[in-house]
Design a protein. Structure first.
Length: 291
């Protein structure tokens, strides 16, 4: 049995479908089972609730061979690091008790590099829990998600622009969530690995936000501009959306680290995922922006 957390999220919904396509048995932890597509809901076991709840995690992990962990966002959290670490501790305790053989966790690139980096630092603090858990765990080390740009679909469609707090000409390594899901599925179903390990998943290209705008322009057949948002404006905008001061500050510190530190550095021999940004724009972004 494969247990998937956040099955309606950016990665989770793709991973669930990938596993079902491979005829794997799937159990999901989901706050609202009705949020699952009917074709998925009828083929998976569901455990209602949050995997940050020890009782829910224990029930979901019982009899499971492998678990996929994503820490869900909580924009109301007053302590970003505690939020990440709590999910890791609950997951590790439940996995040990249930005898889970494989744990796959979503985290970030930047181990040994990122400092005072908001959500990135919180994810790395979570990794320290995995380090001491004595579990067979593979940590997926990820950069910026290409799918984050879909949140600006309306702005792209109506104004021909997108905005980030990242420096226009500094490379911002990215990854497509389809590649993350495919990597996770392979690891969940592979019984041959043991012990801890890191698995970077990165695209084959390394574009700056300005470079992304150029590729978007070509893929969409119309000019797309990039605008950099100042960090103070970015933080206040997040708070204006209703986020807690701590969550907004964590996002701002993450953006600052992306601008000032090599948090997404990889070596030349790091394997590259198959999806480059141009392909993603053609296959994912363009259909999301109807004329």
């Amino acid at each position: 049995m494969m247990v998937i957390t956040t099955p309606t999220g950016q990665i989770g919904h793709r991973l669930v479908q990938d596993l079902l396509d491979r005829d794997a048995p799937v159990r999901v932890i989901v706050r609202d089972p009705a949020a699952l597509p009917p074709r998925v809901r009828e083929r998976v076991e569901t455990v209602p609730g949050s995997h940050g709840d020890p009782e829910v995690a224990a029930a979901a992990f019982a009899g499971a061979e492998a678990v996929f962990l994503v820490v869900p966002p909580d924009p109301q959290s007053a302590d970003v690091e505690a939020h990440y670490v709590n999910f890791a501790r609950v997951t590790c305790a439940a996995a040990r008790a249930a005898g889970v053989r494989r744990l796959i966790a979503v985290s970030t690139l930047g181990r040994g590099i990122a400092e005072h980096a908001g959500h990135l630092s919180a994810a790395l603090a979570m990794d320290e829990v995995f380090d001491g858990a004595g579990l067979p765990v593979r940590v997926l080390r990820l950069p910026f998600f290409m799918e984050n740009l879909l949140h600006q679909a309306a702005t792209l469609r109506e104004h021909g622009a997108f905005f980030l707090a990242n420096t226009a000409d500094r490379p911002l390594r990215a990854v497509a969530t389809a590649d993350i899901a495919a990597t996770a599925a392979d690891l969940l179903l592979d019984p041959t690995w043991t012990g801890p390990g890191d698995v970077p998943v990165v695209s084959p290209d390394e574009l700056s936000p300005s470079g992304m705008a150029s590729v978007m322009s070509e893929a969409l057949g119309r000019p797309i501009a990039f605008g950099q948002v100042g960090l103070d404006e970015y933080r206040s905008t997040m708070e204006g959306y209703g986020m807690s001061k701590a969550w907004a500050q964590g996002l701002t510190d993450m953006a600052a680290a992306q601008n000032e530190q090599d948090v997404y550095a990889v070596t030349p021999d790091t394997p590259r995922a198959p999806t480059d940004f141009r392909h993603w724009c053609t296959e994912v972004l363009t259909p999301a922006l109807p004329a």
